[in-house]
Design a protein around this ligand. Sequence first.
Ligand code: DGY
Length: 323
Amino acid sequence: MTRPFIYVTRKCSKEQLQPLYEIANVEMWPEEEIPCPRELLLEKAKKADALLTMLSDAIDKQLLDEAKQLKVVANLAVGFDNIDVRYAKERGVVVCNTPDVLTDTTADLTFGLILATARRLMEASDFVKNNQWKSWGPLLLAGHDVHHKTIGIVGMGKIGQAVAKRATGFEMNILYHNRSRNEEAESRFGASYASLDELLAKADFVICLTPLTEETRELFNKEAFKKMKTSAIFINVSRGAVVNEDDLYEALTKNEIAGAGLDVFLNEPIEADHPLVGLNNVVALPHIGSASFDTRYTMMNLCAENIASVLKGEEPKTRVVVK
Ligand code: DGY
């Protein structure tokens, strides 16, 4: 019997993918920071039984139509907006993601971004490194407090809840907005449900954690930023397309809001000359929400486990379910 063929679209740890090497012929794109070119991905997909993909790979109709043998796509991310999941379902291709295992790591990063933006940590660090520190000053690099402020979490899924849990340690007042009420967040962390408008008007920190869907695309636009406090700090750890970046730039430069901490952008990677990066009140990170060694290795393990299950005809641990 011929062994199945699995294509991994980015250099991953072979140790974590070991179970796949035992059951299949595995090929891997050798670069860590350069994505697999589209043409090559299409060529590999044509003969692949399984793909282990990154959020930068478009798994669209064209690819799914051409990938006649494809049985499973395992995305190394909790988000799956890069995959046409509905069409994959129509074609009988199972899609898997990596929920749960990255929750705490992403919540830690979210809080790091809140603190870095509010307390101007990057500016302060550059200040020292650039030899600008000449004296202690009463308002030198003064920022905004985080403790006891109001945090507004838009998207109260598992990561939202883990952020809420951390916010209780800072004795913050927690508001959230979500498609449906989250009773666990209310009872465990004292979070209060708010309409989006109420949250935007009251929160000192507006945290975007909502997945990218047609409903959430550009949810944070001119109107939304105008509803926020002028002292508000906007944090995005979800997807860049949930924000209208031109509107965010305008809100920041017209002092309609005080700052932004951004782990994600509309077109990634961005260049250093991206308008938002040039602003002192912006902390910009290169989409590292879940990037700890432990978590990324666990995500690779989970992708391997999911692929192996589907190829054996078993139910994968974390299948993406669409209605
Ligand atoms: C995800 O898992 O969707 C993250 O954005 C990747 O870090």
